[in-house]
Design a protein around this ligand. Sequence first.
Ligand code: ZN
Ligand code: ZN
Length: 301
Amino acid sequence: VTALDGDLCPFCEGQEHLAGREILAWRSPGGEADTPGWRVRVVANRLPALRVESQYAEPTAGVLQALGGLGAHEVIIESPHHAANWSTMTADEIRLVLWAWRERMRDLRRDIRLKTFLVVKNVGAAAGATLDHAHSQLLALPFVPLHLDDEIAGARARLSKTSHCAFCEMVDEEIARGVRIVSSGETTVALAPFASRVPFETWVMPRHHGASFEEESDETLLAIAERLRDVMQRLHEALKSPPYSVLLHTAPVGEGASFHWHLEIVPRLTPVNGLAWDGGIHINPVSPEEATRVLRESLRS
Ligand SMILES: [Zn+2]
Ligand SMILES: [Zn+2]
């Protein structure tokens, strides 16, 4: 818990001037921008890592290359209420958060210099959050970051070998096996990925194939919101409000059908050690099958 609460929080309703001018908001008809009455609100990050006014790359003579910080960095304020989180918000409230991500991506996609959208949500100081009030950050980058590029390369290779999406195949296989399915509905699934990197890592994704998050319908956003709420209630119940990050992985602009967008929920229960940081080698003390069992039983009364 940080020092900021109620009356100092820039994200609370009534303090819109502290967070800055809104880029987008969901508010009742007739409501004025930058005033109370909103349910979700998007503003520019006050200390942006990237700006659309920047240049991408300046050619340099030596081996060291610098990129100019071109991109966008926005903050989605997910609720007017200070204490809200995804386990207490309604599915419709979470849907509006996903709606804001989607609408901002659709708008930013018109800038042809921007290639990749990342959404990061950090909850708790151990996950890197500096404010308690529910929020997420949207970054638009002029390149594809390495870890995503790697994931896409794997999916592309599988597609050219089998003509199937690797993620669709994975979902089908996992549903057939059942041991790593945390919960599922008609159109969405939450699973503990095979060889999870950290304890209780959970992915939420649509069961139908979809490369780009920003192409999804309102119906899918609501179904994903319901699944997220369910998973968050399980995580809160089983792990007593753990710090965690949520990462949206979606196809870069123009990537085509080889990718399958998904949300990775990464609880921050153990510190990142040198092996994971330097080698990408993760030693996970809780198997995904055990995590699945705990999460499945957590909401049984
Ligand atoms: Zn607040
Ligand atoms: Zn797929």
